[in-house]
Ligand binder design. Structure first.
Ligand code: NZQ
Ligand code: ZN
Length: 392
């Protein structure tokens, strides 16, 4: 196991009706004038926004609001938010929605405190030195942004999807009421489940040896997702299954299962080019990319792929030919994704094979990427070619 530091300052408030305490937690974490940030309308339709406003009013906390965040959140909305937050002298950003809304909130929080254009902080590794505090009321288990220090924004000019990371972007509090996720369409539930599993796999495929505790934690989350996802798709109001998925989504990405080990993240980087170019859901893009990345890289450490195949997917170990076990596990993963309604190839996703060179080039790889297996631009093209034609 490698040396590590783990800092997760977010206060998680989990369970039924907890959104009614949003005002209390904003006050506790120092907010006195709030920007409520939300998406394209689900929180208005469900009445959640009204309940959150009521809880702020009950604490005597002033607020302004900005809705209209789209999935794959855009730089233009962030700029609107920064201008509004500055004009209104806001000191706290409250995100009410999913990962897109949280990421846009984080970008506003950093942008308000940055002298230049906030986009300088994305995809450049430039250190974020200051940010307003962010709190969240989460409505979809997926991105894990409610506990992560990451924010992913798409620049409309050139459709570039890039991220910024800093512990300063970790939310001060996140309110997680699984009931709020019951209104999700099955497709969004499945996209979220796929993203949660991908966050685990990006950490599972490591070059660090002797990482038993985090391996086992990763496997626990994967097994939970394999059990609970079909349950919520069949019965969207199953509170207990929703609750398990919601907590799985948070621990899959606040890095508790990734400490002390090298990680990969190339599937995410490849996917960000797909959702950047085609504006598809991040989870759907991952369903197409991740099993294909696995097929391409499995010979790098076939025993690690065989391990997950036996422990999570229930495959029989073929000791003479462990590559057969590894491959069987990848097939079961792809079949599982298809069974929950995810696309598994380019046609189902709405992507074009003729765009493969463009997608790979847009990643801007200089030599090779980092990660479990270092990839060249040609490797990315090869992975995308597998993805284009994948079948179950
Ligand atoms: O906009 P509204 O009307 O709220 O509708 C949303 C949106 O259409 C809808 N939705 C959310 N909660 C709902 C609901 N509909 C009904 N009932 C509810 N309770 O679902 C759609 C998707 O929402 P979105 O916020 O886009 O989903 P998600 O949480 O999957 O976020 C995806 C974004 O997060 C980024 C992705 O790249 C993508 O841009 N990621 C962020 C990460 C991070 N910050 O740490 C890590 C991830 O790997 C990921 O890259
Ligand atoms: Zn993700």
């Amino acid at each position: 196991m490698d040396n590590f530091q783990f800092y997760s300052p977010t206060e998680f408030v989990f369970g039924k009706d907890t959104e009614n305490e949003a005002g209390k937690y904003v006050r506790k974490h120092g907010g006195s004038k709030v920007l409520i940030h939300y998406g394209s309308g689900s929180v208005v339709r469900t009445g959640l926004l009204e309940r959150v406003k009521k809880s702020l009013a009950a604490e005597g906390i002033a607020f302004v609001e900005l809705g209209g965040v789209k999935p794959n959140p855009r730089d233009t909305k962030v700029r609107e938010g920064i201008a509004l937050a500055k004009a209104e002298k806001v000191d706290f950003i409250l995100s009410v929605g999913g990962g897109s809304c949280i990421d846009s909130s984080k970008a506003i929080a950093a942008g308000v405190c940055y002298d230049g254009d906030f986009w300088d902080l994305y995809g450049t590794g430039l250190e974020i030195e200051k940010a307003l505090p962010v709190g969240t009321v989460l409505t979809i288990a997926a991105a894990g942004s409610e506990g992560s220090g990451a924010s992913v924004i798409t620049r409309e000019d050139g459709l570039l999807k890039r991220d910024a990371c800093s512990d300063l972007l970790r939310p001060r509090f996140s309110i997680l009421n699984p009931e709020l996720t019951c209104t999700l369409p099955a497709y969004q539930t499945a996209c979220g489940a796929t993203d949660i599993m991908a966050h685990v796999f990006e950490r599972y495929f490591t070059n660090t040896e002797e990482v038993e505790v985090t391996d086992r934690l990763c496997e626990a989350i994967l097994l939970t997702m394999v059990k609970e996802t079909p349950r919520v798709i069949a019965d969207p109001n199953n509170y207990e299954a929703r609750a398990n998925i919601m907590w799985a989504g948070t621990v899959a990405h606040n890095d508790i299962v990734g400490v002390g080990r090298s990680q990969d993240w190339n599937s995410h980087c490849i996917e960000h080019e797909l959702s950047g170019l085609y504006d598809v859901a991040h989870g759907a893009g991952l369903a197409v990319v991740m099993p294909s990345w696995m097929e391409f890289t499995m010979n790098h450490n076939v025993m690690r792929f065989a391990q997950v195949a036996t422990r999570v997917w229930g495959c029989q170990m073929d000791f003479e030919h462990p590559e057969n076990t590894a491959l069987a596990g990848i097939r079961r993963f792809r079949r599982f994704l298809s069974s929950i309604g995810m696309p598994i190839n380019f046609e189902q996703l709405g992507a074009k094979e003729s765009d493969i060179p463009l997608l790979a080039k847009k990643m801007g790889i200089n030599g090779t990427t980092g990660g479990f297996v270092k990839l060249t631009t040609a490797d990315v093209e090869a992975i995308l070619r597998i993805a284009a034609k994948a079948t179950v």
